[in-house]
Design a protein around this ligand. Structure first.
Ligand code: ACO
Length: 431
């Protein structure tokens, strides 16, 4: 990492402060303002962190202007084409692609950690049948800290590895239990001979009373979606995991915090919101009405699955998903082809509209992912849970990177206080 300097001048006092500026491997230079308050007594103000780097990381890089996403240096297109979700998990956690033995060992470890404690399984009976699956998954993941608190020493790298493997292996089992609970069907135990996504599909769709065979196209589509969603550097949920984890809390609690953050419609909840929006639009004749609503500042309606804080170009993940959408719909869930046609027509109209062009609003990862999930038979309320399963590895990798970094400190932002100035307490009879 090379370093250059910037000089900040306080024109009132004439004080000058030299600030180091680091050139990263990829991306814009980063000005180190950590000495600012100590030297000049001022904070910086950047609500929403639009121009603030909150940590040093070696995991994922995004070039939003060019629409580029890389995991540990590997372009997402290469990984989507040639890798598997399990291999991507290894890469994100360890920094390098595994050799054949390392991959087999990692895969075996994930397969053998898939069961959850029976007591944890009984938690689901406490939820109402129509509880949102994201609420159940958040609660149950947070409860994992009650099972693994005394055996999780975050300063011990071996304990961190066990946590990582447990979390990645058990999240599909928890998600499937939430789904089965909502249906009132018996819980299906994991089957370790199946692949990560094959096992997930089996836990979702098989029942004890009938045979079930995993559809290889569904398995391939899920594996691809999981690769694409596995990490996205310092997004809202990952930053939440880092923030919660920075206090030294139990890592399962930190992951639960991330799942909560993911749920919102401005983040991972968008995949559910896109399908609801497409159904609300109904048919192509209504598109112009909804485009007008999205552009109207007095209307809260937004085009869901459009726009991104970082991408000011086509989200590379959306391109890859769109191609898989066609493959899935040719083989299963053909009744969803009308949804895809509507989405494509909406995209074409929005991409030519001056408002969307001017603001660089393009489809994001969630514009098309819901159509695949729908074709696979996954209900809309489970879409964000699917995202959470895939993103778990990203959260774990960032948490582990932060905990292993000896220079990391508790996250503690400052503020621009605009409340009342100092005043005296008034006794109640004088108010
Ligand atoms: N529809 C209509 N207008 C939009 C949209 C949209 N989807 N997205 C942004 N805009 C407009 C805003 O109104 C704003 O206009 P202004 O400058 O005239 O005020 C401008 O574009 C910039 O948008 P911001 O909200 O300031 O951008 P921000 O980076 O804060 O938000 C976000 C990004 C939350 C993703 C936003 O684009 C959005 O709400 N999109 C829809 C929800 C969505 O798809 N979320 C998924 C994101 S990807 C993910 O997390 C997996």
């Amino acid at each position: 990492m090379t370093e250059k300097k910037y000089t900040l001048t306080d024109h009132q006092s004439g004080t000058e402060l030299e600030l180091p500026c680091y050139d990263p491997t990829l991306g814009p230079s980063v000005l180190d303002i950590s000495s600012l308050y100590g030297k000049l007594g001022v904070f910086t103000h950047d609500p929403g962190f639009g121009a603030t780097s909150c940590c040093e990381s070696n995991i994922t890089f995004i070039d939003g202007e060019k629409g580029v996403l890389v995991y540990r240096g590997y372009p997402i297109e290469h990984l989507a084409e040639q890798s598997s979700f399990i291999e991507v998990c290894y890469l994100l956690l360890n920094g390098e692609l595994p050799n054949a033995d390392q991959l087999a060992e990692f895969d075996e470890s994930i397969r053998t950690h898939t069961m959850i404690n029976e007591s944890l399984l009984r938690f689901f009976n406490g939820f109402h049948h129509n509880a949102h699956p994201m609420a159940m998954v958040t609660g149950v993941v947070a409860s994992m800290s009650a099972f693994y608190h005394d055996s999780t020493d975050i300063r011990n790298p071996a304990h961190r590895d066990v946590f990582a493997h447990r979390m990645i292996a058990k999240i599909p089992t928890i998600a499937a239990a939430a789904y089965k609970h909502s249906l009132g069907q018996p819980f299906i135990y994991p089957r370790n001979e199946l692949s990560y996504c094959g096992n997930l599909l089996n836990m979702f769709f098989s029942v004890p009373s009938a045979d079930y065979e995993v559809n290889p196209i569904a398995e391939e589509a899920l594996d691809l979606l999981f690769i694409l969603h596995a990490d996205h550097e310092q997004n809202c949920s990952t930053s939440t995991v880092r923030m919660a984890g920075s206090s030294g809390t139990n890592p399962y609690s930190a992951i639960a915090a991330g799942i909560s953050a993911l749920w919102g419609p401005a983040h991972g909840g968008a995949n559910e919101a896109v399908i609801n929006m497409l159904e609300q639009i109904g048919d192509a004749s209504q598109i112009s009405k909804y485009i007008a609503k999205a552009k109207d500042k007095n209307d809260p309606f937004r085009l869901m699955g459009f726009g991104h804080r970082v991408y000011k170009n086509y989200d590379p993940r959306a391109k890859i998903i769109q191609a898989m959408c066609h493959k899935v719909l040719q083989n299963m869930g053909q009744e969803n082809a009308v949804l895809l046609e509507l989405a494509q027509e909406l995209e074409q109209i929005a991409l030519k509209d001056e408002y969307f062009v001017e603001k660089n609003l393009y489809p994001n990862v969630d514009f098309y992912s819901g159509i695949i999930y729908r074709a696979l038979g996954i209900p809309t309320s489970m879409f964000t849970v699917m995202f959470a399963i895939a993103r778990t590895v990203g959260w774990v990798a960032h948490w582990a990177e932060m905990v292993a970094d000896p220079t990391s400190r508790i996250g503690r932002p400052r503020q621009l206080y605009n409340g009342p100035g100092l005043r005296d307490y008034t006794a109640i009879f004088d108010r």
